[in-house]
Ligand binder design. Sequence first.
Ligand code: HDE
Length: 715
Amino acid sequence: MTSAITNAAMQVFTAATQTAKIADLQRDIIDPSTKPTKGLTNDHGVFVSDTDNWLKAQDHGTVGPSLLEDHMAREKIHRFDHERIPERVVHARGVGAHGYFKVYNDSAAKYTYAPVLTDSSRTTPVFARFSTVQGSRGSADTVRDVRGFAVKFYTQEGNWDIVGNDIPVFFIQDAIKFPDFVHAVKPEPHNEVPQGQSAHNNFWDYVGLQPESAHMIMWVMSDRGIPRSLRMMQGFGVNTYMLMNAKGERYFVKFHFLPELGVHSLVWDEALKLAGQDPDFHRKDLEEAITTGAYPKWKFAIQTIPEAREHDFEFDILDATKVWPEELIPLEIIGEMVLNRTVDEYFPETEQVAFCTSHVVPGIGFSNDPLLQGRNFSYLDTQLTRLGVNWQELPINRPVCPVLNFQRDGQLRHKITKGSINYWPNRQGIGRPVPTSEGGYADFPQAVQGIKLRERGHKFQEYFDQAQLFYNSLAPHEKAHVVAAISFELSHCDDPVVYETYSKILNNIDFDLAREVATNVGGIVPDRPARQNHGKSTPTLSQLYYAPKEPTIVSRRIAILLADGFSMAEVEGLRAAFKAGQATTWIIGPRRGWIHPKGEGSGSSVGVWADHHFEGQRSTMYDAFIIPSGPEHAQNLAQNGRTVHWIREAFGHCKAIGALGEGVTFLREAVQLPGVQFAHDLRSNSVTNSYGVVTAGTYDAGSIVADTLRIEQDS
Ligand code: HDE
């Protein structure tokens, strides 16, 4: 990225992001450039004169033993030895950003008295952390996995956390199963293989024996499992929560985030390659979008069901393996979330942020969803191990509203509370703090009765209806991707019991799916469906449904492939047009340096500065490509194996590709696929579009951009 873009955008975003939480964090931010002293100190403030030589007993010129008395050296090493904390047992790899949340009006007041959801004059600061689930902190971003979508709302009534995912359902129905599920998906215990993948015996063995996971498996094996960007995913609270209104009425609720840029995915081959070529692809994408001012934005929506209608549905609304179909319970869009600030330092913010499903504010509560009830125990518990008992005092976790209570002591307590009283009730009862019902969290007076049993409701026993609904709702290419994904995963399982069992599970979802996968992986090919397909489908489950209404190239990465001898006017025109569409443009040339247009010699400083050289990047890192005209430039490109590979690979990944004049000749030769013709006449001005490739004889930035937009949208 050019520093010019970064600096300009930085100024815009610095001004725009002063939420109450950012102001709060300032108390703990150290900016070395503004410290009154330049001197380097130890942890106790004593200046250090030498950080590079351990104190030794030696004659000058000889090496003597290092002395333990060097307290400066010992402190440095001790601190270093303890830099790591336990990584999250799941969702270890993540990336976070700050932003804000706003509601549009008070329409949700029908359901809740929580001001964060009803007061449109408020801007609530948020911190969002996105994550993969299976891999360790150092694993790759683009693996096939669920993505965590956790948001901490720093409301004036305290912190509220939605600890959600990019997929609306979950693998299991009861929290007690979570340790088994996680053990099964994580690297196998004997050899700690595989990393960042569910393609192994134990995972498919477990889910084959737990058919309640079938619905979630369909989602993870679909394109949802390999998002193009964290900014292009839906977010779901998954569990069923409760809302309470001022009249004391309760509603079941599900929370949704809908990305402004639509839902988009990588293709599997791209995801696999990126995992090696750029393991930080999603982290960098988020950072690039925010620092260039293309702030990620989601609409926030709720689905609600009045308490009295709990049992009116075919499925149990407390079962986290089921969606609430939008045809039955429509989404109400009530607000939006924008992320507009990257973190200053990864560890104290993204690593130390601690989410808990039990963090709710007055007006929001819990349902009896058995997954949620277990989660409410687990998250607080895990933070104690990860961060210690005073984790809520850490800057990223502390609320922006006052905290005052009699909780005390414990390791690493930061706060110093004055006074002689640390209990309630106390003889100074009029003092502070006193429990207050006004504005306090109110539990709903709910009658509870039952027999203690280890059982699940009978509707929880139905596992395949919605898995089938999801699969039926996919477009043909999306279905093909599911077949390929499950076939890939089961191919990595070498125990026949595993792939045979799973082929059978699939036959409960779709006969063709089961047959295709079983044939691919050596399973038992069924000769009849295990159950009748109910034939229902809904458009809202395919990610195509979430494409933006107007095509957009905002924040898309467009590479202009250049060799010496190109046309300067064209490149300048294209760059200006892409910039106007808020895409980022990257010049890729034979070297990082000046690439010269037609008629300029190698010593000339007339030209375009290449951001990268052909070998330094890969086609997978870009959304679209343009090859300008120029006979010499096209010939230079054609002679380079790497550029030919760039184009062939991008074409195979269905990327939008544009070419002009002689660039089209290069493109045609590079792709060289039998039967693929880019209809094009070099003398003609007309723009043609076939196979996602836009070609034109001569330069007209307007039509090239318009067509690229259209293709971007289609692909
Ligand atoms: Fe989590 N989950 N989870 N989970 N989860 C954790 O908490 C757990 C579940 C989710 O960015 C852990 O702080 C149980 C569903 C996200 O810091 C842990 C169960 C959903 C994150 C934990 C579930 C999630 C976590 C590990 C079964 C989607 C990352 C570290 C009942 C709605 C949050 C931590 C972040 C993290 C427990 C199931 C989402 C161990 C017991 C369902 C996004 O406490």
